[in-house]
Design a protein around this ligand. Structure first.
Ligand code: AMP
Length: 394
């Protein structure tokens, strides 16, 4: 029997959604409630490749979800709410608790709430989404899928920080890693497309507004660049990635900044935006760089260099490399960034075909390249919808 399953990703001022017919994995509608709580709030959605948007007063997450369900009914995608048999929520932080998706109950909600100290920007919004669906779709089975779960296979040497050990034991300060659904999806796709023998050692590069690199051995994550929070790792749109931690107290003492201000600088004023002074959007930075803007050129160089460093480190963790994957907004669409990264990886056996790269082809490496290089569009929502189906089938 087919099920209509809604995959939901609630951010601070937006809620992305995709409704799938499962198990066929047919996408019925995708959309996004944007600018929630602001005068410019709207819901944009795509049905049969036709994009539409409606300006609506969305005061909070609950009203956004009520309106999303209304749109599903008005557009004829569902005749009645009861047709939606399952809702899957993307939740940023599952801490040490969850190695896979779980069905929502009071204990799960309490743990998501407890973990908001580790993910103050994301977990509370996710929880607001869960509660709103309980209200508006009480008959639907609710499941949560965590960004962190895929990385619960990391060995101790990769997740324990060199801090006093009690901070790990008492306060759970360790590397968790994020973008788990995306790294899992693209690595599974690579294994399906290229065969298990050619994909034993994968490095996947999720390069979007947030970016992370993951080392995957035989389908399991063994190291990943984000850490205790999604701030760590490579340079990102507005996030610094790794910096010398001594910079923080130095800023505090010399500029008289408090922890909120420092957190804001590191999360929203840094990265590509901070270096270029132009934008966090790679498209705009590329345009400026082409026009000779040196800060834009520097931003791209520092960004791609930070990714090369992780690829080199993770090839060491994997003791080699079979397949290198690029995914997410930048990874899927920027031939420039992919070329800048790969030009330094010849020593690993990475040789890309400039023409295939320019056309965002699935395989952009040359036929004789020892390492296969692939551009695989991510689909985190499909992973979430599949997670929901596991519980429905049980
Ligand atoms: P995501 O977070 O995966 O949605 O990725 C969003 C980012 O992808 C944007 O901020 C852009 O920097 C980048 N992006 C999207 N399309 C392109 C493109 N055609 N060329 C270069 N970068 C792109």
């Amino acid at each position: 029997m087919s099920n209509k399953i809604l995959a939901v990703n609630a951010g601070s001022s937006s809620i992305k959604f995709k409704l799938y017919l499962m198990p066929e994995e047919e996408l019925l509608i995708s959309g996004e409630a944007e600018n929630i709580g602001q005068s410019t709030s709207q819901i944009a959605y795509t049905i049969n490749k036709k994009r539409q948007s409606e300006s609506l007063p969305l005061t909070d997450h609950a009203s956004a979800i009520e309106n999303i369900i209304q749109i599903l009914e008005n557009s004829g995608i569902i005749k009645e709410k009861a047709e939606i048999t399952g809702v899957g929520h993307r939740i940023s932080h599952g801490g040490n608790y969850y190695t896979q998706a779980v069905q929502v109950d009071a204990d799960v909600e309490a743990k998501i709430d407890e973990l908001k100290v580790l993910s103050p920007l994301h977990n509370p919004n996710g929880l607001a989404g869960i509660k709103a669906f309980e209200k508006f779709l009480p008959q639907a089975l609710e499941v949560v899928s965590f960004d962190t779960s895929f990385h619960q296979t990391l060995p101790e040497k990769a997740f324990v920080y060199a801090l006093p050990y009690e901070y790990y034991e008492k306060y759970h300060i360790r590397k968790y890693g994020f973008h788990g659904q995306s790294h899992y999806y693209v690595s599974q796709e690579a294994r399906r497309l290229f065969g298990l023998e050619n994909t034993r050692k994968i490095i996947s590069c999720h390069l979007g507004n947030g970016s992370s690199i993951t080392a995957i051995r035989d389908g399991h994550s063994i190291n990943t660049s984000m850490g205790f929070t999604p701030l760590a790792g490579v340079v990102m749109g507005t996030r610094s990635g790794d910096i010398d931690p001594e910079i923080l107290p130095y800023l505090e003492e010399t500029l008289n900044l408090d922890s909120h201000q420092i957190r804001d600088i590191l999360n929203t004023q840094s990265g590509l935006y901070g270096i270029s002074g132009i934008s966090n959007d790679v498209r705009q930075i590329q345009t400026a760089a082409t026009q000779g803007n040196q800060r834009a050129q520097l931003a791209l160089t520092i960004f791609t260099h930070s990714i090369q460093q992780y690829i080199g480190a993770y090839a060491t963790d994997l003791n080699g490399l079979d397949t290198l994957i690029f995914t997410a907004g930048i990874g899927e669409h920027s031939a420039t960034v992919r070329e800048m990264i790969c030009r330094q990886l010849g020593y690993l056996g990475v040789q890309i075909d400039p023409d295939k790269n320019a056309h965002d082809e699935l395989v952009i490496s040359r036929p004789d390249s020892p390492v296969k290089v692939a551009v695989i569009p991510t689909n985190e929502e499909l992973v979430i919808a599949r997670d929901v189906m596991k519980f429905i089938n049980n």
